[in-house]
Design a binder for this molecule. Structure first.
Ligand code: GLP
Length: 277
């Protein structure tokens, strides 16, 4: 597991810290593929990107953008759609070419065919960096608990808790769609780097489960442990349950175990040598 964890004080710091990761990628590759996420959490990052574009002229002209997910049956011009969210919060404020932005089409007549199209597009252009948020139940994109990681882009049934958490963008909570199209877990892991952002006490349990909890599909975000390059940026509230002491004790226990195994192997070698004599 290679997870770097940074804890920041507020949204502004989160935006700045996260932007450093984006800048690193862009500095190395002007035509980078960036995987974007929706939700409240990445907004400070998108504000920082827009601000930096205005002030410093950082260009996204050659950047290709993919988004993680979209609701089924919500028009891309509807304010509740993720397509509209991306346009309003970022794409209209930078010089990205709209033709280079892609998001699953939740209005497609044939949703399965649309999932296949999207999976193929993502496969063809693996992300240089994927921005991620986390759901209160540990979901990433719309991969709810117990989703099979190997499922490619698919139609997901949203849980009641996810629909309730996302109700804010809709006039009435009952209008939150039951279904969404989402990139799959292993597809997300094909990104070269992952940038996971989480803020607020409501995310503390999910963040704890992602980093320290049981490694199974009950918390989809535990899949990030299998990725070689993950940066996690948290505010204090989201990091509240992480007990670094517990972590250190675990590392010490593992080191002691390895030392004991090594000593045992040495004794066995000596015994074998003695037997040969
Ligand atoms: C949504 C999205 C996720 C997002 C999560 C958290 O349902 N599908 O990609 O990470 O919920 O959203 P927020 O950042 O608003 O808490």
């Amino acid at each position: 597991m290679s997870m770097r964890i940074a804890i920041v004080r507020n949204g502004k710091e989160l935006g700045e810290r996260a932007f450093l990761e984006i800048k690193k990628v862009l500095a190395a590759k002007r035509d980078a593929v960036i995987g974007f996420a929706t939700g409240n959490t990445p907004i400070p990052l998108y504000e920082k990107m827009a601000d930096d574009h205005k002030k410093n002229g950082t260009s996204y002209k050659r950047v290709r953008a993919f988004n993680l997910d979209e609701y089924v049956g919500v028009d891309p011009n509807d304010k509740a759609s993720f397509a509209r969210f991306m346009r309003d919060n970022l794409f209209s404020k930078i010089d990205i070419d709209p033709a280079n932005t892609d998001i699953p089409n939740g209005m497609a007549d044939d949703l399965s065919a649309e999932c296949e199209r999207y999976a193929a597009a993502v496969k063809k252009h693996p992300a240089d960096i994927q921005i991620l948020g986390i759901g209160e139940n540990g979901h990433i994109a719309f991969n709810e608990p117990y989703t099979k990681p190997e499922e490619p882009t698919h139609i997901a049934l949203l849980t009641e808790s996810t629909r309730a958490a996302n109700a804010g963008a809709f006039k009435d909570p009952s209008l939150v769609p039951q279904y969404a199209l989402t990139m799959g877990i292993n597809e997300i892991l094909t990104a070269k780097r992952i940038l996971m952002l989480a803020t607020g006490e409501k995310k503390a349990q999910a963040v704890y489960d992602m980093i320290m909890g049981r490694d199974d599909t009950s918390c989809p975000a535990t899949a990030l442990r299998r990725h070689p390059d993950v940066t996690v940026i948290l505010d204090k509230e989201a990091a509240a349950l992480l007990t670094f002491g517990e972590w250190e004790r675990e590392a010490e226990r593992r080191a002691a175990e390895e030392a004991a195994d090594a000593a045992e192997a040495e004794i066995k070698d000596e015994e074998a040598e003695d037997a040969e004599k």
